[in-house]
Structures are given as C-alpha cells and as structure tokens.
Unconditional design. Structure first.
Length: 174
C-alpha cells in the first residue's frame, strides 16, 4: 500500500475565512497540502492521531502547526502546551521519526494580533509567534526555516529576493 507522506501542516483557526485563506496560501506558494482544525482541542486530537498512522514514516506527524491563540473549546496556547507534552512523550525513539534540530517533532507557530498575545506565547514556551493576518512573506520565511531548514543568511537573502520580485511585478501591473 502506498501512502501520501509529504510533510504535514496543520492550520488551526476558528474563523473559517482565515483558515481557508492560510491553507490556500500554503497550497499556492508551496504546492503543499494542509489540514484544518477549528479549535485547539481538535488540533490536539489530530496531533495525537498522527502518531497512529500506519505508514510509520518520518512525515506521518505534523511538522508545522500554525495555531491561532484565541479560539473556543480550547485556547491556542493551552493546545500548544498539550501538543508539546505529546512531543516530549515520544522520547528517544522520536529521533528516528522526524525530530527536527530543536528536538521537537513539530514547530508550533502561534498567530496573534496583540502584543499581549505575543507575550503569553513566550511565557507558554512557544518559540515562534507571528502577527495575524499572516503575511505571505512571513509564511515564506517560516517555510524556509522549518521545512527546508535554510540557514539564517539564506532565509534573509531569499525573502529579500522574493519581496523585490513582488515589488517589480506590482510596478509592471500598474
């Protein structure tokens, strides 16, 4: 049996428009599929279930989770903490199955629109927090860092080239 084992992205947001806009951006910019959760509890359940996939390959669990911080049922920070606990329980065998350079199975990126939200992210132990709505250039940068593991200087160079190219395209369209 063949499995579709591309690296998985989970987008978590209670707002259907934001959820679909982010997923569409991922598909258009990177030709990658993503899965959706409407609240934190659903995200935690989906993350746990990803370890049960039959293929047992490195990419069976989510590699990048874009998590809104304000949601019903379970807030994004609470869900992030629970997902981090699940990752820590994977133990020494996890290194064979997709642990990244930070020792995590997945990078969690919290999406927030407030300074208070960013502060709470840091206090919760979430290393990455970006402004909402998600800027396409910021998504490009996140993907280079976390999926493709580009060096910092290479990320900055590629993001700069992308911005310059998009600015030139805008001039030609006007």
């Amino acid at each position: 049996m063949l499995y579709n084992c591309q690296p998985l992205i989970l987008v978590v947001d209670e707002n259907p428009a934001s959820l679909e806009a982010t997923r569409l951006l991922i598909k258009q910019e990177f030709q990658l599929e993503s899965e959706a959760a409407e609240h934190g509890l659903q995200a935690v359940e989906m993350f746990r279930a990803s370890f049960e996939k039959r293929c047992r390959c490195r990419n069976r669990c989510y590699k990048l989770i874009l998590m809104d911080t304000r949601m019903p049922e379970m807030e994004g920070l609470q869900a992030s903490r629970q997902i981090m606990r699940v990752m820590s329980k994977q133990g020494p065998t996890a290194s064979e199955e997709g642990v990244n350079e930070d020792g995590a199975l997945a990078h969690i990126v919290c999406l927030t629109s407030s300074e208070d939200g960013r502060k709470k992210c840091r206090q919760a132990g979430v290393r990455y927090c970006v402004n909402k709505p998600l800027d396409p250039d910021k998504l490009f940068e996140l993907m280079l860092r976390h999926f493709y593991r580009e060096a910092e200087s290479e990320v900055l160079r590629k993001v700069g080239e992308r911005r310059k190219r998009r600015a030139e395209e805008a001039v030609w369209k006007s």
